[in-house]
Design a protein around this ligand. Structure first.
Ligand code: AMP
Length: 272
């Protein structure tokens, strides 16, 4: 694996079409799964690690973001990355870059909770796409609204990039793997499992009403979980799902002892 801090150090002629795996580092098994998925498409797997200041609404969150460069190299290489690219700020933003347009979906849910987050995210993803010119880009379903917005941007701008989605990777007890999990104490971690229980309970239901009730009732039983939202949406447009909606997905966000967690799961009840 070649580690570069500037793409100009890369002999592009050596590579065929590239599969890009954009990350912010602190790599874990979720990222590794993305890299392995990329590897099924091509050997030319490029993992980027860039903590994008534009998508952090508050400076202390940016400051607190975990940085584990040595472990990241090891993890990326083990998972099958060919190139690890750690651009400096100036390579990504050599001048003032116009912020990406975002549609209405960017102001819902995560967008409502984190003002400017999705505009910053789409702006950096577009810059990474411009710089790398990948044939594929791999994203996790863990950040389902992000995945939706990236797909929408690729359509709107008619980019010739295939967006590949990877299902959420979980710990053996169901907790979605996240770089934020290290901020949870053992007790917090037990509390956080209510998210998984709520999703799993809802997914066993047949109607939207009973799915929503399962989410609400399960979350209400855990007083340590401060719910932000728990909804069932139509995957096509993020409107609230009805019983007739084909692809439904439950989205949950909330706080456990000062740590914000998100998760989601397809609701296949009626479609089964
Ligand atoms: P991040 O480094 O948190 O910005 O995440 C980089 C990519 O990894 C994004 O596409 C995330 O959706 C994906 N990702 C993060 N955690 C997981 C997980 N537990 N399962 C699958 N993908 C994940």
């Amino acid at each position: 694996m070649q580690v570069v801090d500037n793409l100009s150090a890369l002999d592009r002629a050596k590579f065929g079409p590239i599969a890009l795996v954009p990350t912010m580092g602190a790599l874990h098994e979720g990222h590794a799964r993305l890299i392995r998925q990329a590897r099924t498409l091509t050997d030319a797997v490029l993992v980027s690690i860039f903590i994008n200041p534009l998508q952090f609404e508050n400076p202390s969150d940016l400051e607190k973001y975990p940085r584990t460069p040595e472990a990241d190299s090891e993890k990326a290489e083990q998972a099958g990355a060919e190139v690890l690219w750690r651009p400096r700020y100036e390579e990504v933003y050599p001048r003032t870059i116009a912020l990406q347009e975002v549609g209405a979906v960017a102001s819902l849910y995560e967008g409502a909770a984190r003002k400017g987050h999705f505009q910053g995210m789409l702006t950096v993803v577009k810059r990474l796409f411009d710089l790398v010119d990948p044939k594929w880009a791999i994203f996790g379903e863990k950040d389902f609204q992000q995945l939706f917005l990236v797909r929408r941007m690729v359509q709107d701008l008619e980019l010739d990039i295939e967006i590949v989605a990877v299902p959420t990777v979980r710990e053996s007890d169901g907790l979605a793997i996240s770089s934020r999990n290290i901020r949870l104490s053992p007790n917090d971690r037990q509390v956080a499992l209510v998210i998984w229980r709520a999703l799993a309970n809802a997914s066993r239901m047949e109607s939207i009403e009973s799915m929503q009730n399962a989410l609400d009732a399960t979350l209400a039983r855990e007083s340590g979980f401060k719910r932000d939202y728990a909804v069932i949406i139509d995957e096509e447009d993020f409107s609230l799902a009805t019983d007739d909606t084909k692809a439904k997905r439950a989205l949950i966000a909330g706080w456990v002892n000062g740590v914000r967690l998100i998760d989601n799961m397809p609701m296949i009840g009626l479609a089964r």
